[in-house]
Design a protein around this ligand. Structure first.
Ligand code: AMP
Length: 413
């Protein structure tokens, strides 16, 4: 079965075509056939399309909306010259899996889409006004093209965290706010945390119930997850992806009183302050340079830039604080897993995070650490009590696999 995986953002559309089915999942033999990205939808868009084994095609074209973006991808799929292995036309796409950011309390697992499920996803817009409308655009566009002729599944960023206990997901505000409006921690990056916990389990030959780890997704968005007996028991992102760790452009944790203070002092509206916290804060806000960790490290090392160094310190410090608190939450933690663009590729940041944690049983082997960038493996010393794993994430693969399971009406993990 070839699954088209769509990750539809407000002005971008990422996709992959993945060949997978129940047998391929069992033998871990599923494979990516193609991938691509359409950026800056609504203006002169940048389009990248890549069939595996072929060089990427890059071009620009005016793409007005998500429907036009999907039309563009469909045209590429239908073109035999594209060279997608085993895919000659749209008929060779058998299902579509959509990444949906917010599933509220309703969605605890991935699910096949039908009209009532789409309505339920629409109901979650209140909780994720920036994300769910964009995700829905992908669903509408696919429906316009395929009608009901192809099964579609929704895979939620929040679903993995539905196992959090109430003392972890409730905020200490009047309980009526939860009852009336469902204000609570939901957590995100669930597909990524779930995937790396699953890979860790396979690589260590463990049963799901024996997986007790801290998973650190450090990319442009960052979150940390405490996993006990294979399920999420706490995570740093909250009702929205703004809470928790310092991110590329998001502040993470801060005193809620700062919002009102800034409206008074700077004359901003509340919406403007929220936008600053989401889009102009984090690494970008502190460094004043960029949200890109690679560039910040370069500035810090080569130009000794004070604010770049500060951005790295604040980023690392926040991660260390959360590791400490999650080690006290888990009963018998066995490892810390690093994933996401920074977690997978920066031995420098990993080393800073693990520094001087010997008293917690965390000891990094720096040679092993340096050798791991981009690969999966453990960089803890032999005497470290905790494993220190790098595991590259693959959210698209998990979305494709869940889509197959939904289509086969299999129980979802
Ligand atoms: P993601 O959102 O997972 O794609 O991660 C993007 C982030 O990973 C950006 O901040 C990149 O600068 C960062 N990143 C990627 N490669 C490296 C690297 N080798 N060293 C440091 N940061 C990196």
């Amino acid at each position: 079965m070839n699954v088209l995986v769509l990750n539809s953002g407000s002005s971008s559309l990422k996709f992959q075509i993945i060949q997978t089915d129940l047998e391929l999942i069992a033998s871990n033999a599923d494979r990516r056939l193609a991938s691509g990205l359409i950026e800056r939808i609504g203006s002169e868009s940048i389009i990248t399309l890549k069939a595996e084994e072929k060089p990427a095609l890059k071009k620009t074209a005016p793409i007005r909306n998500h429907r036009m973006a999907i039309d563009h991808i469909v045209k590429w799929i239908n073109n035999k010259e594209s060279g997608i292995a085993g895919v000659q036309s749209l008929r060779d796409i058998h299902a579509v899996g959509h990444r949906i950011v917010h599933g509220g309390e309703k969605f605890t697992h991935s699910t096949l889409l039908d009209e009532s499920i789409v309505r339920d996803i629409q109901d979650c817009i209140d909780l994720a006004p920036l994300h769910n409308p964009a995700n829905l655009k992908g669903i509408y566009a696919i429906h316009e093209i395929f009608g009901d002729s192809i099964p579609q599944a929704a895979v939620f960023d929040t679903a993995f965290h539905h196992t959090m206990p109430d003392h972890a997901y409730l905020y200490a505000i009047p309980y009526a706010m939860y009852r009336r409006h469902k204000v609570r921690r939901y957590g995100f990056h669930g597909t990524s945390h779930r995937y790396v916990a699953y890979r860790y389990r396979l690589m260590n030959n463990l049963q799901k119930k024996d997986v007790n780890v801290i998973s650190l997704h450090l990319g442009n968005g960052c979150s940390i997850c405490a996993i006990q007996n294979g399920v999420s028991v706490d995570t740093s992102m909250g009702m929205t992806p703004l809470e928790g760790l310092v991110m590329g452009t998001r502040s993470g944790d801060l005193d809620a009183a700062v919002l009102q203070f800034l409206t008074l002092k700077e004359g901003f509206s509340l919406a403007e302050v929220e936008s600053i916290l989401n889009k102009q804060s984090g690494l970008l806000g502190i460094s004043g340079l960029t949200n890109d960790m690679r560039e910040i490290i370069e500035e810090a090392k080569e130009n000794d830039d004070r604010r770049a160094k500060l951005a790295i310190s604040i980023f690392v410090y926040r991660v260390r604080k959360y590791i400490g608190s999650y080690l006290s939450v888990l009963k018998n933690p066995a490892a810390i897993i690093f994933t996401g663009g920074i977690g997978e590729n920066s031995d420098y940041v990993r080393s800073l995070i693990c520094k001087d944690m010997h008293f917690l049983g965390v000891k990094a082997d720096e040679d092993k650490n340096k050798a791991l960038n981009g690969n999966a493996g453990d960089f803890a010393t032999d005497s470290s009590k905790l494993g220190l794993w790098v595991i590259p994430t693959n959210e698209e693969l998990l979305i494709a696999r869940d889509t197959v399971r939904c289509v086969a009406r299999q129980e979802l993990p």
